[in-house]
Write a protein that binds this ligand. Structure first.
Ligand code: DX5
Ligand code: ZN
Length: 224
């Protein structure tokens, strides 16, 4: 089942509880939580204390996307702070196997993220045990950027490889997805769709989530 994951990066931080209640009411099952350190990406967002507070106030699945240079040292701490899923960038993890297994060892789902220009082949050896693969459809660091279309080819190729190997990992996409292109994204084979500005930048975030889910489901029904 396809899921729309509202990205809190685009929320109004002064009204976070209210905004989460709004997308929860619209049927969101996950929240996407972008951690940026000003090193791996040229921007700084939020971190452990904010996640701890959110954990106390929501039952939704918390999907933490670490855009940090030293993911190895911090990934497990995000699980302790309340993450259900933690993803790390292949580009930031020289010890990727160890980092992913450490996340799973703490009891969370482990995801690996690829920037748009990083080839899928770099994941070949971790695919058998990852819980999800996140394909960036923008260069990470900012919300509200334009979707990079060649990432759809990566989605299709990854889905084909998953089928070939008979593996269960989920495919997630992040960046520049809106109600206008979510159908294409879903038809290509994405399971989890992150949406920041197209949800929290909308006049009615709950309607935006519902509209995106409907467009995604319609597109996958056409493909099936
Ligand atoms: C970008 C972040 C995204 C961001 C997406 O580096 O990883 O999760 O919130 O924002 P939109 O959906 O506005 O492109
Ligand atoms: Zn993200």
């Amino acid at each position: 089942m396809i899921e729309i994951l509202p990205s809190l990066l685009a929320a109004d931080f002064a009204r976070l509880g209210e905004q989460i209640a709004c997308v929860t009411g619209a049927g969101a099952k996950f929240l996407h939580f972008d951690v940026m350190d000003g090193h791996f990406v040229p921007n700084i967002s939020f971190g452990l204390p904010v996640l701890e507070s959110l954990r106390k106030s929501t039952r939704l699945t918390l999907d933490v996307h670490l855009m940090i240079a030293d993911a190895d040292s911090y990934a497990a701490r995000f699980v302790t702070a309340g993450a259900d899923c933690v993803s790390v960038h292949q580009e930031a993890c020289p010890n990727l196997d160890r980092t992913l297994r450490a996340i799973q060892g703490e009891g969370a789902k482990a995801g690996v993220v690829l920037n748009p220009a990083t080839p899928l082949a770099t994941l070949e050896h971790v695919l058998p045990f990852v819980d999800y693969v996140l394909l960036m459809s923008v260069n990470p660091g900012y919300g509200g950027q334009r979707f990079i279309p060649y990432v759809l080819d990566k989605v299709r190729a990854l889905k084909a490889r998953r089928d070939e190997l008979g593996l269960p990992f989920a495919i997630e996409i992040d960046g520049g997805v809106s109600v206008d292109n979510v159908g294409m994204v879903a038809a290509a084979g994405v399971d989890w769709v992150v949406a920041g500005s197209s949800v929290f930048g909308a006049a009615d975030p709950a309607k935006a989530v519902a509209d995106m889910r409907r467009a995604a489901l319609d597109a996958t029904a056409r493909v099936a």
